[in-house]
Design a protein around this ligand. Structure first.
Ligand code: RNT
Ligand code: ZN
Length: 417
């Protein structure tokens, strides 16, 4: 039986549950995932000065083939994108500026340093998102936007302002808004004697950063919270409550990273609450293993729950889905492809559920049938619908994409020293 025949049969199964499969695929095709560029080079970037990764995050592994320059990074992204169904966005960090060998400090970055990315995005029909980089820099050793020294704070405020202008440039050039996301590593290793003052300074810095009004047609802003980092175990200035309140009061988007909460706390449960009070919510979908380890996302329970909360609350256009994982112990192109395909597949899984029926069962108190249906759906022929979706989007089905990545590894990645 070929892909089409299997699709037709599978469709019948879902139709019995009242699901319109074609409509689900149509919806899925409109979803853009923001694919983070930093999986390709272990968050190294292209700055002229050699700087090691800081900020309490870590990339482990030394699988060969890490991208060493913009040309390689874009080439690797192109390979990954050719194996992922749909049209998406690429998420950049400020450290991916191209400055022609000239040292340009973070407070001096300009749109022109991202022209190559924009030209490439146009050629590839991609959107771009952006992040100021407030780590891996000598001025970020102690703190950034909450630093006690005003001069250092101003440096980082300027960096964030410049970043928003770059976001605006992306939006204008590419005809779709850029999400510019602020994450800072500020915090303390040990018990603080004052939790309020650094937060006051962060609040004040953010107010300054957002003073300039930028048309939301071009740039939208988000703020990302965290609970701890390596070396910052006891206190994080930009905590969950801090940013959730800041975003709500200032009309900014709150960004939930799946790895930034306590080990048994999940972001899926937070999505509906945020949707009730905000027009938009942003995500960094990641997979924490015992800590914020940023493993490649798998098709696990939490990924499915995240997708379900987006889909059944009809929020595919209100939840901005970004990915944030970085594994250097496996083929980096494979990591991108696998993680992004899993995200899309999880959305498809959620789209192929009788969500109205399931809600009704809960309202009626029929928890037995609710559980039965949710469990049985796990072995419905999702794979046949997924293969068909890949097929009509001209990308390989099942694990067939892997041999293409392997070939790319043999011919390209393995030759990088
Ligand atoms: C760090 C945050 C942040 C970074 C990227 C590189 O814990 O998740 O989003 O991963 O900005
Ligand atoms: Zn993140």
């Amino acid at each position: 039986m070929d892909i089409n025949e299997r699709f037709q049969l599978a469709k019948k199964d879902y139709e019995k549950l009242g699901i319109d499969v074609e409509k689900a695929l149509e919806k899925l095709s409109k979803v853009k995932i923001s694919i983070h560029c930093w999986q390709g080079d272990d968050i190294t970037g292209f700055e002229v000065e050699e700087r090691s990764l800081s900020g309490g995050i870590d990339v482990t592994g030394n699988y060969p083939g890490k991208a060493r320059n913009p040309k390689e990074l874009r080439m690797d992204l192109e390979k990954a994108l050719s194996l992922i169904p749909g049209k998406h966005k690429v998420n950049l960090h400020a450290i991916y500026a191209e400055t022609d060998g000239v040292a340009v400090d973070r407070n001096e970055i300009e749109p022109k340093h991202f022209k190559n990315w924009v030209d490439w995005a146009k050629k590839m029909d991609l959107g771009l998102d952006f992040n100021p980089t407030l780590f891996s820099h000598p001025k970020a050793e102690v703190a950034t936007l909450s630093h006690p020294d005003e001069e250092i704070r101003d440096f980082w405020i300027e960096h964030c302002k410049k970043s928003r202008n770059i976001g605006e440039y992306f939006g204008k050039e590419l005809g779709q808004p850029c999400l510019t996301n602020i994450w800072i590593p500020d915090g303390y290793k040990d018990i603080p004697s004052d939790r309020l003052t650094p937060r006051k300074r962060l609040k004040d810095s953010l107010d300054k950063i957002f003073e300039e009004k930028i048309d939301e047609k071009y740039n939208i802003d988000s703020v990302e919270s965290k609970v701890f980092g390596i070396g910052l175990e006891s206190y994080t200035v930009g905590s969950h409550e801090f940013y959730m309140n800041y975003a709500a009061k200032n009309n900014k988007i709150y960004l939930l990273d799946a790895g930034h909460f306590h080990p048994t706390e999940v972001i899926s449960d937070k999505i509906p609450s945020l949707l009730l009070f905000n027009d938009k919510v942003a995500l960094h979908v990641s997979r924490p293993v015992r800590w914020d380890s940023d493993h490649v996302i798998t098709f696990d329970d939490e990924l499915q729950e995240i997708a379900k909360e987006i889909v059944r609350n009809d929020a595919l256009d209100r939840v901005i889905i970004g990915l944030d994982f970085f594994d250097a112990s496996i083929n980096r192109v494979a990591a991108w492809v696998l993680g992004t395909r899993n995200m899309i597949k999880a959305l498809l899984f959620a789209l192929l559920m009788p969500n109205d029926e399931l809600k009704k069962l809960q309202e009626e108190g029929d928890f037995t049938k609710r559980l039965v249906l949710m469990e049985e759906l796990k072995s419905y022929p999702l794979g046949d619908i997924w293969n068909y979706y890949c097929h009509i989007n001209n990308v390989p089905i099942q694990d067939e994409w892997y041999s293409i990545v392997k070939e790319y590894e043999n011919e390209e990645l393995s030759k990088r020293k």
